[in-house]
Design a protein around this ligand. Structure first.
Ligand SMILES: N[C@@H](CCC(=O)N[C@@H](CS)C(=O)NCC(=O)O)C(=O)O
Length: 346
């Protein structure tokens, strides 16, 4: 009998250890992120802090940009309040571990959607929110007019980014000998380039344009015509939480769909009495599109009212109302020649 109880106790202890371990693993890998965010009352996102237009540290200590507003949109959708978010500034190398460990809920950081980040790092990506490409900046007096002119030269790139590998591949394709100098921080790269210790500096074109807009002597620097890669920038979450993945995607689609339906932060209240049933469903006046995701049915209304549609966010951070003055190009709606396309909200 004693032996029986001993076996039972050992079994119970083992079961306890195994189930605790399973819970720990789950809390990071398959937890209900929406519930975690609701319990905490704050959404945690990672962003860059050195990239004008996407995530840039202002003099007052705040960070602003397109990535920050997308984070605010998810806060409005999930918590009903766009101000309930916290940012974790990251570099190319530490942006992925902070999501894997559960320190943050959503990753931004102008991150390119690639197969290895999806399958080996274990992230699910939204559709691209910004179609970018990798470019190169050089000094105007360098005599360099294209990548082909960079034989025997050096170029600075950031570690942990797609740009580091892309530039070596591009040099190989062109049959040129290019020395790639790699640094962890974007600011280190810029300082090294400005000090003349590398002949060029390479990263996403949008980042080069954003930096060019804030340089002390922009006339002394130029961006080469070469675009060495495709960089579809996307939002990402951990594998294992399909509902959170849906919330990320549909928040983005809400912003794109609203632009297509001409619903803006200015007119969204009038649109609550629209004649168009698709608009009524999107804004939660009719139907229950939020409920299956565990959200209030007015989740998309809150996103548009508090943050705006995709076009509004683009204009103030990257477009005509920003120092970058980027054209919409590929980042325009599908029916205006771009690639942005939201599936039906029905
Ligand atoms: N799109 C490329 C490059 C993007 C990129 O460089 N992003 C970051 C990483 S967060 C950055 O700019 N960091 C700014 C910094 O280190 O200050 C990628 O995903 O690797």
């Amino acid at each position: 009998m004693k032996k029986f109880f001993l076996v039972l106790t050992v079994f119970a202890l083992l079961f306890g250890v195994v189930s605790t371990f399973a819970q720990d693993t789950q809390s990071v890998v398959t937890s209900d992120t929406l519930q975690v965010v609701r319990d905490r009352g704050v959404l945690k996102c990672s962003t860059s802090s050195t990239l004008p237009g996407f995530g840039f540290l202002n003099a007052d200590g705040s960070i602003s940009g397109f990535d920050v507003e997308l984070c605010q949109a998810v806060a409005a959708a999930t918590l009903g309040d766009k101000t309930k978010f916290e940012l974790r500034p990251t570099t190319g190398a530490d942006r992925f571990p902070v999501l894997q460990s559960g320190e943050i809920d959503l990753g931004f950081n102008t991150t390119t959607f690639t197969i290895s980040r999806d399958t080996s790092l274990g992230f699910n990506f939204s559709p691209p929110y910004f179609y970018d490409g990798q470019g190169i900046m050089v000094r105007v007096d360098s005599g360099i007019d294209s990548l082909a002119d960079m034989d025997g030269k050096s170029i600075c790139a950031q570690s942990g980014t797609t740009t580091e590998k892309n530039i070596s591949d591009a040099a190989r394709r062109h049959g040129i000998d290019l020395e790639v100098l790699v640094y962890t921080e974007m600011n280190q790269i810029r300082e090294t380039y400005l000090a003349g210790r590398c002949d060029g500096y390479t990263t996403d074109q949008s980042e080069l344009i954003g930096y060019h807009a804030i340089m002390d002597n922009p006339d002394q620097h130029k961006i080469l015509p070469d675009v060495v890669s495709k960089e579809p920038l996307a939002i990402y979450v951990r594998h294992g939480d399909d509902n959170w993945f849906d919330i990320m995607n549909w928040t983005f689609y809400c912003m794109v769909g609203a632009e297509e339906l001409e619903v803006t932060s200015e007119n969204v209240d009038e649109m609550l009495t629209s004649e168009n049933p698709v608009v009524l469903a999107m804004l939660g006046v009719e139907g229950e599109l939020g409920k299956p995701m565990g959200l209030n049915n007015d989740w998309c209304y809150q996103v548009i009212k508090q943050v705006g549609n995709y076009g509004e966010v683009f204009s103030r951070n990257l477009g005509p109302d920003s120092p970058l003055k980027l054209e919409r190009g590929l980042n325009d709606l599908w029916n205006r020649g771009g690639l942005l396309y939201a599936p039906p909200m029905r």
